[in-house]
Structures are given as C-alpha cells and as structure tokens.
Design a protein around this ligand. Structure first.
Ligand code: ATP
Length: 206
C-alpha cells in the first residue's frame, strides 16, 4: 500500500487553530498517514503585496502549533530549497525521495479558487489529488479543469490577517492561537509593529 501523505502548504504567518483543525480533520476523513505542514519560504503570491515574517520565525511558530498533535509533521523543505515556493517542485521532491507515495494537496476554499494561477498547475493536477476544505453549506467555485475531493468539516472562522491585526492592536487571541505559538510570538517580539517583519526575497528566507 502506498503511503497517503497530505500536503498542507501555507505562509503560516502566524499558524492558527483553523489550520490545525483543518489538517487534523482532513487527515481523519481521508485516512492519511500524515499531513505535512509545509512552511513556504517565499510565498510568491503574497510577498509582492505585503511584508512577510521571516521564514525561521514562521517555521518555529508552526512547529510550536503542531507540537504533540498526532499525524501532523512540520516540514522545512521549501525553506531549505529557498527561493519562490512552488507546490509543483515540492511534490516532485517528495516523490523523488519516496516513490511509493500518494500525495493529497490540501487547500482552503479561497486558495482552491486560485489554483489555476499556480506554477505548472496542470502537471501538478496529474500528479496529486486536490482536496478542498469546506463546510456542509459552502457553495464553492472550484476550477472545473481539476478533479476535486471535497472534505466537509467544521471550519474555525479565523485568518492570519485578522490575527496579525489583533496582535498589533493588543486584542485577545487566546481562543485562536495555541499557547505554544503565543510563546514564540512573545519570545521573538513578533507582530508588535511592522518592523518585526520583512519583505522576503529569494535567498534571504533563512
Ligand atoms: P492570510 O490571512 O495571511 O492570507 P491564512 O489565514 O489564509 O493567511 P495561509 O497560511 O495563507 O493562512 O493558509 C494556508 C492554507 O490554509 C490555505 O489553503 C488557506 O485556504 C487555509 N486556511 C486558512 N485559514 C483557514 C481556516 N480558518 N480554516 C481552514 N483552512 C484555512
């Protein structure tokens, strides 16, 4: 039997309970052996529009978020590879190192709608199963050129954008961020103001 690996990529700036709940629920729904939480080195579709927290800090927060959660594994493969983070390259690397593996690329509904803008998405769609996280009543607009597996699951309403704002303004985040993640944020003085973040460019992520 091939290993069934979920690939849940993100900027994770910061990672929140919505990410963790989604990854755990998809793992159970699709009987995945594990879900790789892939921290983007340079999330090229975001880094041209806003400043991004350095990759090592996002990696530390994601490790803290997944600490002790069975079946979730944090990967630094895109950070080690450096440059712009393309899921196509990541999947090629996974398959090169473990040929007997089935890869499930997991995305939220907002990301799913944009998959046709991804680097080499047609080839990627031939290589993996695309999984979209949705609520029972969600009407999703999904690219019809791709065959989707839809996992209906409770979704925790939160986003990293909202959390960055809350942290900057001193609002409560305790119900949305694992305590371990808050520990990293406080220790590294992240999100206190815009100077704690930087524009990530190829090769400067580490
Ligand atoms: P931002 O607000 O900065 O754009 P984000 O909260 O969407 O960030 P990302 O790291 O960009 O977080 O997202 C990684 C993946 O997680 C994407 O596929 C996104 O659709 C999905 N996702 C984000 N928030 C949630 C949530 N609350 N529940 C389920 N999936 C989510």
């Amino acid at each position: 039997m091939p290993l069934r690996i979920g690939l849940f990529g993100g900027t994770f700036d910061p990672p929140h309970v919505g990410h963790i709940a989604a990854a755990v629920n998809v793992r159970h729904a699709l009987l995945l052996d594990r879900v790789l939480m892939m921290v983007a080195s340079d999330p090229y579709q975001k880094s041209t529009t806003r400043s991004i927290t350095p990759a090592d800090a996002r990696l530390a927060m994601t490790r803290a978020a997944c600490d002790g959660v069975p079946g979730l594994e944090v990967s630094d493969a895109e950070i080690v590879r450096g440059g712009q983070s393309y899921t196509f390259d990541t999947v090629c690397d996974i398959r090169a190192s473990s040929p007997d593996v089935e890869v499930f690329v997991i995305v939220g509904g907002d990301t799913a709608a944009r998959v046709e803008t991804w680097h080499r998405w047609r080839e990627l769609a031939e290589m993996v199963d695309f999984v979209v996280i949705a609520r029972n009543d969600d009407e999703l607009t999904l690219p019809s050129s791709i065959k989707w597996t839809r996992v209906d699951t409770p979704i925790i309403e939160c986003s990293s954008t909202d959390l960055r704002r809350r942290l900057r303004e001193g609002d409560d985040t305790t119900h949305l961020l694992p305590r371990t993640v808050l520990g990293v944020i406080h220790a590294r003085h992240l999100y206190e103001d815009d100077s704690s973040r930087q524009q990530v460019t190829a090769g400067t992520a580490k």
